[in-house]
Ligand binder design. Structure first.
Ligand code: AMP
Length: 433
């Protein structure tokens, strides 16, 4: 194997910092497979990140010429960190006697669970860019990792996913229709905490819109959506065109059963079949280990859980809590279409659900009286045209018989018709235990 130029950033902020660095550089030079090494001067820098209070670092960068493959070079770095007394696996942003990061390995792009090269943050860290410049590296010629990567065809997605799986990464999928808000961001953040790689998808899926629904008018804002995904920590965004997602001969659909009966299913014929079809396709394309869906769309979540079980997709479905505006309105992409008066009036849904939950807490157990409570509060708001209120079992939304209940989920849907266009809003709440 020909020798490759690799760059290793080093740092220390615990104990005799210069001695740790000198020793690591000496030891690195002695490793078989490292043919030569030169390094920058040491620079002092403040700690970055959200760790505990700690002293400043001494940093620099070493250029090595090596025949070691990248993962072997990484293993050497980890061994030297351990030798210096660092306890591994290390928690993030803790004080440490030695930190060695592989920044570049020739021109290689590596994206595995253990190693991402070029280093994700190299260009944002003066204590890396300064020493690199000192070593004569042309920083402008070096690739920067600016996630999320935008993928717009199934082929591009398959290639990226293939790399992730080959690198032993777990993949979290967050399907959305875009026009992203903090509710969507929370799904990405939850996925970020549980998966090695997070893929958000943005696709306004024509299959799930009825002929008189708002497919054409659905809000779209790819630039804004990418900014939300970036801030929330997505690695990639899959945003295909309709043509890329469904080829002209596309004709297979998922038929959904009882989980799609009633509630939204009754008012939007074909909607959940369209949802299930696109989600099944996204499961297949992303090969994700975990899929993140909001409880905001509780029936959608129930349909997807059922489909996943019935068809045996090897993915774990994670339901995520509803994110609300400060005044209680559940966040929704369609909220932007509410006129000012309707926006104010729309909080009635949350107030109505809360009121019934309070009644439940005070001892009311009768299904129909709890439902009637929601109806009564919504009726105080003349701008709201109620579609339905139901009390169903909390997870699979099975119907509950009349009479006493010991829990469940209240679901409400209403139209607000006086804004720029009619807006249908959904909300739901689990009765408190
Ligand atoms: P949508 O883009 O509306 O299809 O939603 C994409 C995903 O985000 C779905 O799983 C929704 O349930 C979820 N979601 C939408 N609004 C919220 C919210 N306010 N809080 C939590 N999740 C949400």
């Amino acid at each position: 194997m020909p020798a490759i130029h690799a760059y290793v950033a080093f740092g220390s902020n615990l104990g005799d910092r210069a001695a740790h660095l000198q020793r690591a550089l000496q030891r690195l030079q002695q490793v078989p497979g490292i043919e030569s090494l030169r390094h920058s001067s040491f620079v002092e820098s403040a700690p970055v990140g959200d760790g505990p209070p700690q002293g400043p670092f001494l940093n620099g960068v070493a250029e090595v010429q090596t025949t070691l493959p990248p993962h072997a070079l990484l293993a050497v770095c980890k061994a030297l960190e351990a030798e210096a007394g660092r306890i591994l696996p290390a928690r993030r942003n803790q004080p440490r006697p030695l930190d060695l990061d592989l920044v570049f390995y020739g021109d290689a792009r590596i994206d595995t669970r253990e190693l991402v090269v070029p280093h994700r943050e190299w260009h944002r860290r003066a204590f890396v860019t300064g020493p690199l410049r000192e070593l004569g590296v042309d920083l402008d010629a070096r690739p920067r990792h600016e996630p999320p990567e935008l993928l717009d065809t199934p082929a591009a997605l398959a290639a990226r996913v293939g790399d992730w799986l080959a690198g032993d990464c777990t993949i979290g999928l967050v399907p959305t229709m875009g026009s992203l808000h903090d509710g969507h961001a929370s799904l990405v953040q939850i996925a970020r905490g549980e998966c090695d790689r997070v893929l958000a998808t943005i696709f306004v899926n024509p299959l799930q819109f009825g002929p008189n629904e708002d497919f054409a008018a659905y809000p779209r804002d790819l630039a804004g959506d990418l900014a939300v995904c970036r801030a929330a920590g997505a690695d990639a965004v899959f945003a295909p065109s309709v043509a890329a997602m469904y080829d002209p001969a596309f004709c297979s659909h998922v038929a959904v059963g009882a989980a799609a009966d009633g509630l939204e299913g009754a008012l939007r014929p074909g909607h959940f079949s369209g949802v299930a079809t696109v989600v099944a396709r996204l499961f297949a394309l992303s090969r994700a280990h975990r899929g993140y869906f909001g409880e905001k769309d509780a029936q959608q979540l129930a349909v997807i859980r059922r489909m996943t079980r019935d068809l045996g997709f090897p993915i774990r479905i994670v339901g995520c809590p509803i994110v609300r505006e400060p005044d209680g309105l559940a966040m929704s992409s369609r909220n932007v279409y509410l006129g000012a008066e309707d926006r104010r009036a729309a909080t009635v849904l949350h107030r109505a659900l809360r009121s019934a939950c309070e009644q439940f807490q005070r001892g009311e157990r009768d299904r129909d009286r709890l439902v009637a409570r929601v109806r009564a509060v919504v009726a105080t708001e003349p701008r709201a045209a109620l579609d339905y209120v139901m009390l169903r079992s909390a997870d699979d939304l099975a119907e509950l018989p009349p009479g006493p209940v010991d829990g469940g989920r209240l679901l409400v849907a209403a139209k607000f018709v006086d804004g720029k266009r009619p807006v249908r809003l959904l909300d739901n709440m689990v009765l408190p235990s």
